[in-house]
Design a protein around this ligand. Structure first.
Ligand SMILES: Nc1ncnc2c1ncn2[C@@H]1O[C@H](COP(=O)(O)OP(=O)(O)O)[C@@H](O)[C@H]1O
Ligand SMILES: [Mg+2]
Length: 301
């Protein structure tokens, strides 16, 4: 027990070397400050300080000293090859590589969540090669028939609402598909009751640590980065069960879960974020979920 407490004192935060927005810096600052409050020696590193040796399967670094005696790695990154290599070397990653990978692609997320919780009707859009594109968009009639207009098209890899589109007519749908050809995409039922409004529930372990309602009266996408506003809220048991069951099924230790409201306010899953930003959540709720994250890590390692 004493041994565990001592071991817990040292960890590494691995962030992406190339993503430098104010928003992500805000999250890293919150994590570093929370580690300080928890008495944890947390060293900031980037994925560019490691190379995955694909022959041996392990990660090599010139900063080996920083890895001495660490008991966990907070992997705030989507570089899953690096994450897998570090796991092969025996490190416990939060979140783990497999869960990060499952969240990174919206198609993979929904594939994994089959039968777990309520999700909107969602179809994977037929793949094409980015060197080839679509020379025939007649397959789109299937989506028109199954989803009706408007429906939502999402690039599988996207964030902040930037790669989420509303197809409100056949012409628009085909224009969107043509403009993103070569990228993995999904088409999804538009939950009209939830237009411009969703719930962001931040799950840590088996509970929702903080939640906010996001609203945008001018856009169906309620992301803060897209002009939405946020207000603290509590969650119902049904909302908490949905958020926690999705996070658990994906193998996440913590996650930002987006929930839409359909008829009668019933919650339906929108997406799951393994590396959600949480400064806006703190500003809206007064809750700093990074404290919860370190409490959870201390209980786990
Ligand atoms: N099926 C849908 N019906 C209604 N609104 C949606 C739907 N999917 C997404 N949205 C809106 O778009 C926003 C962004 O979509 P999301 O899937 O969370 O992608 P991102 O990774 O860009 O945040 C959501 O927060 C929500 O407001
Ligand atoms: Mg989202």
């Amino acid at each position: 027990m004493v041994y565990n407490t001592v071991m817990m004192k040292k960890g590494i935060l691995i962030v992406n070397a190339f993503l430098k927005t104010e928003q992500v810096k805000g999250t890293y600052d919150m994590l570093l400050a929370a580690a300080g409050r928890a008495g944890i020696d947390l060293t900031l590193m980037t994925n560019a300080q490691f190379f995955v040796d694909l022959e041996s399967g392990i990660a090599v670094t010139e900063h080996e000293d920083d890895l001495q005696d660490i008991s966990f790695i907070l992997f705030w990154n989507k570089d899953v090859f690096l994450a897998r290599a570090l796991e092969r070397m025996g490190y416990r990653l939060f979140n783990c590589a497999d869960a990060i990978e499952a969240c990174d692609s919206k198609a993979l997320t929904f594939e994994r969540l089959k039968g777990v919780c309520r999700v909107p009707k969602t179809f994977k859009i037929p793949m094409t090669f980015n060197t080839v594109g679509y020379d025939d968009l007649s397959f789109e009639s299937f989506l028109e028939q199954k989803l009706g207009y408007p429906y939502v098209i999402k690039e599988c890899l996207g964030s902040y609402g930037g790669q989420v589109y509303l197809a409100d007519s056949r012409k628009k749908a085909r224009k969107i598909l043509k403009s993103i050809e070569g990228k993995d995409c999904i088409a999804q039922e538009f939950i009209s009751e939830s237009s411009g409004c969703d719930l962001r529930a931040y799950v840590v372990g088996n509970r929702v640590a903080a939640a906010m309602i996001r609203r945008n009266p001018d856009d169906f996408r309620s992301n803060i980065a897209n002009g939405g506003s946020a207000e603290a809220c509590s969650v119902t048991k049904e909302q908490e069960d949905l958020a926690v069951s999705a996070a658990r099924a994906l193998g996440l230790d913590f996650a930002g879960v987006d929930i839409l409201f359909c008829e009668g306010g019933e919650p339906v899953l929108c997406e799951v974020n393994s590396n959600a930003q949480f400064r806006a959540l703190r500003d809206a709720t007064g809750i700093d979920v990074s404290d919860e994250i370190f409490r959870y890590i201390a209980e786990t390692v």
